[in-house]
Write a protein that binds this ligand. Structure first.
Ligand code: PEP
Length: 253
């Protein structure tokens, strides 16, 4: 069976609650979920923690993900949010390991692995981000870096649970820079990731796992990525902020 396509917006530290709710109303008024269903596309957004509750209430069927979560259930972790807190407001998706968390919080693949296990324990889905820095790319280390991130991040994740994980390949040098990786690079690395998943979980299971590309995806380039055999969708920052642009992304899939 063909894998579904997935368009996920990562709003980062953008949108007030009012702006986020307005986006949801635009999605409803423009019938984006109807368009998405007819194209076999899953649509989602990841608002800031502060907007999550209201976005969830106005989501009208959009997947709503947090941009992170803590691996502990509660405790002295100032500024963090637990899975239980997300669960309470009906959120059961979370992005893990975004390069901005890896860069600014020194988040390692080990930490991501702990977070993924906590999410799975709560029955959540995770969008696990991997990708190399510019320096690593220039040194030809892309696949080594991605391999470590995949193997450590998914350590001890069972074959039963792996279906709850979506992998997002996001080269750090392409995030928010306007320098998107070519569709060929995206396919080469996403195909490599699928190969790693095959080694871990077998061909049939790996063939069902969604792998996204992220990094300066725009309405005018999303189509090229979605034509690639191993790219199942996009994780989009800047171009997901305005509902008009989000609509164009969807239309161009
Ligand atoms: C991201 O934040 O995951 C991202 C890919 O951002 P942008 O689309 O703006 O490069």
């Amino acid at each position: 069976m063909a894998r579904k396509k997935f368009l996920m917006g990562n709003w980062k530290m953008n949108h007030t609650i009012a702006e986020a709710v307005r986006f949801c109303e635009d999605v409803k008024n423009d019938s984006l979920l109807k368009i998405a269903r007819s194209k076999g596309v899953i649509l989602g957004v990841a608002p800031s923690y502060l907007s999550l509750y209201q976005v969830k209430r106005h989501a009208h069927g959009l997947i709503v993900a947090s941009q992170d979560c803590h691996y502990e259930e509660s405790g002295a972790y100032t500024s963090s949010v637990s899975c239980g807190m997300l669960e309470e407001i009906g959120v059961n998706w979370s992005i893990i390991g975004h390069s901005e968390r890896r860069t600014y919080d020194n988040e390692t693949s080990f930490v991501c692995n702990r977070k993924i296990h906590t999410l799975l324990k709560h029955g959540f889905h995770a969008i696990y981000c991997v990708g190399e820095t510019l320096k690593e790319y220039e040194q030809g280390l892309t696949k080594d870096v991605v391999k470590e991130q995949v193997l450590v991040g998914l350590m001890n994740v069972s074959k039963e649970d792996i279906g709850k994980i979506v992998i997002a390949y996001e080269p750090v040098w392409s995030i928010g820079t306007g320098k998107n990786a070519s569709a060929e690079i995206a396919e080469d690395v996403c195909g490599y990731i699928r190969g790693l998943l095959e080694e871990l979980y077998g061909k049939v299971t790996a063939s069902k796992i969604l792998i996204l590309y992220g990094g300066s995806v725009k309405p005018n380039n999303i189509h090229d990525y979605l034509l690639q055999a191993d790219v199942d969708g996009a994780l989009v920052g800047g171009a997901s902020l305005k509902s008009e642009s989000f609509k164009e992304l969807l239309e161009n899939i």
